[in-house]
Design a protein around this ligand. Structure first.
Ligand code: AP5
Ligand code: MG
Length: 190
């Protein structure tokens, strides 16, 4: 089983590259951001509560996202593997994911960290904001807050996966195809 954590700051290209990886390796894509936006669209209680955090660029509580991932793992017991995109985002989420995966003896294979310059992140997200309608893409200060939250709470996860020999840096600058090629090369060697 191939379980990949696709990691990197907001706008690094996690969602974009996940599309390639699911096709190439036949994996299930689990994006907590996408799952939360579906809850918002369906106006569920969970979605309405999460939106308050998301619109400000803050994280939603660990228990909510861990619960969503747990139910998705249970719903896809036959999967060849998963791509976790935008999850885990805190050390507590990473520990909870390990517990869930260990129940099935299917640990994380690799954490693939897309590295992109901050100016490029801001440019990508502001451009998307013009068409996406995503509240958190609409202005530079919210985008900067998302990047600050990443730096403070999420980036330290590298220290969680490195001692396990699972952390790989991937240059996330360049064309979508070039970056997909770099990711494929790393995953094929796992
Ligand atoms: P989430 O949806 O995960 O957003 P994010 O990580 O802030 O960033 P994006 O998803 O926008 O970036 P991405 O890396 O996927 O890049 P993409 O491929 O889209 O989270 C949103 C919010 O939900 C969080 O702030 C939080 O509130 C909450 N949340 C989610 N998960 C959570 C968790 N685990 N715990 C707690 N809270 C959680 O690309 C971005 C843009 O760039 C696109 O327009 C794309 O077309 C373009 N692009 C991509 N690649 C390239 C390239 N190579 N060159 C030029 N443009 C490119
Ligand atoms: Mg995304």
């Amino acid at each position: 089983m191939l379980n990949l954590v696709l990691f990197g700051p907001p706008g690094a290209g996690k969602g974009t590259q996940a599309e390639f990886l699911i096709e190439t390796f036949g994996l299930i894509h689990l994006s907590t951001g996408d799952l939360l936006r579906s809850e918002i669209a369906a106006q569920t209680e969970l979605g309405i509560a999460a939106k308050k955090n998301m619109d400000k660029g803050e994280l939603v509580p660990d228990a909510i996202v861990i619960g969503m991932i747990k139910s998705k793992l249970e719903a896809h017991k036959e999967a060849k593997g998963f791509i976790f995109d935008g999850f885990p985002r805190t050390v507590d989420q990473a520990k909870a994911l390990d517990v869930l995966l260990n129940e099935n003896n299917t640990p994380i294979s690799a954490m693939l960290c897309l590295q992109v310059e901050t100016n490029e992140l801001i440019d990508r997200l502001l451009s998307r904001g013009k068409v996406s309608g995503r509240a958190d893409d609409q202005n530079q200060s919210i985008i900067e807050n998302r990047i600050a939250v990443y730096t403070q709470k999420t980036f330290p996860l590298i220290e969680y996966y490195t001692p396990q020999g699972k952390h790989y840096n991937i240059d996330g600058m360049g064309s979508v195809e070039e970056i997909a090629g770099r990711l494929k090369a790393v995953v094929e060697k796992l």
